[in-house]
Design a protein around this ligand. Structure first.
Ligand SMILES: Nc1ncnc2c1ncn2[C@@H]1O[C@H](COP(=O)(O)OP(=O)(O)O)[C@@H](O)[C@H]1O
Ligand SMILES: [Mg+2]
Length: 260
């Protein structure tokens, strides 16, 4: 499923989601939220229908074999997409919408979804950077969210014939949550079905290393939360930093997507 709003980032999201739906043999549902405005203002329904129709036409043209439909939702973009995420396998959105938040690479919808969606999400940049990348990079910290990140990353790498790099960074000056090489190896081996993965264990700031080791990435995969942080937070600091600075699409496993 992909969210559309007529922006360049949304077009990138449609292209990415269409390719992924084709690869997975899945249907593609395009959703455009048409948020009711303040009293006295009216929603330009005709314009919204036009944008949605163009989005559906683009997806059908890109992948004639994929079943594509589109619908309007009268909630806010995040409410509409979070609701839709209860029935989707994956929600794909553009990193920025039409709203302007100066200096931020990711919009509020992306942050809201990463924190609250019921299935994995992918945030795609408008410039389609990362399209030529050759590997999937996964951030692993031993949390159940990063276990799911490992599974999603392995599956994506397998289907798209990409190399795989699993990064476990140990923050300096702490022994908290240290992962042994054996634990890392076992976590990957148990899920890899023979796929080869490069394992990188390194000391330092996790987000810094993840970004540095993703220069050649087609996709970065992370949990929304990890093992550290504060319980009240919905998005961990590693994930927030990577979402703001990544040069390729980022897949996030929200906590609600982990199930019981
Ligand atoms: N030390 C680390 N090395 C590699 N990846 C990490 C590390 N810490 C976190 N990550 C990745 O980032 C995700 C979110 O973790 P983080 O932002 O640190 O949240 P929290 O504050 O809850 O620990 C994790 O699920 C994992 O994918
Ligand atoms: Mg952490």
């Amino acid at each position: 499923m992909a969210g559309v709003d007529g922006s360049l980032a949304a077009e990138a999201a449609i292209r990415w989601a269409t390719a992924e739906a084709a690869s997975r043999g899945a249907e593609l549902h395009l959703i455009q939220a048409v948020t009711p405005l303040l009293p006295g203002h009216t929603v330009d329904h005709a314009a919204a229908v036009e944008i949605l129709d163009a989005a559906v036409a683009l997806a059908r043209e890109l992948a004639p074999g994929v079943a594509v439909d589109g619908r309007l939702d009268d909630g806010t973009p995040s409410a509409a997409l979070i609701k839709a995420s209860t029935e989707a396998d994956l929600v794909v959105i553009g990193s920025r919408g039409l709203g302007l938040m100066l200096g931020a690479l990711i919009g509020s919808t992306g942050l809201d979804l990463a924190a609250n969606a019921w299935c994995p999400i992918v945030v795609v940049r408008p410039d389609l950077a990362g399209e030529s990348g050759t590997r999937v990079v996964i951030g692993y910290d031993g949390s159940s969210a990063s276990d799911r990140a490992l599974e999603l990353g392995l599956d994506y790498a397998h289907r798209h014939e990409l190399k795989l790099r699993v990064v476990a960074a140990q923050p300096p000056n702490t022994e908290l949550h240290r992962i042994t090489p054996e634990e890392l190896q076992a976590a990957v081996h148990d899920r890899a079905h023979g796929q080869h993965a490069e394992l990188v264990q390194i000391t330092g700031h996790p987000a810094e290393h993840l970004l540095r080791l993703s220069a050649d990435a087609r996709l970065i995969v992370l949990g929304a939360r990890g093992r550290g942080g504060f319980t009240g937070m919905l998005l961990g600091s590693t994930t927030q930093t990577v979402l703001h600075h990544a040069h390729c699409p980022v897949a996030i496993i929200p906590t609600a997507a982990l199930g019981g």
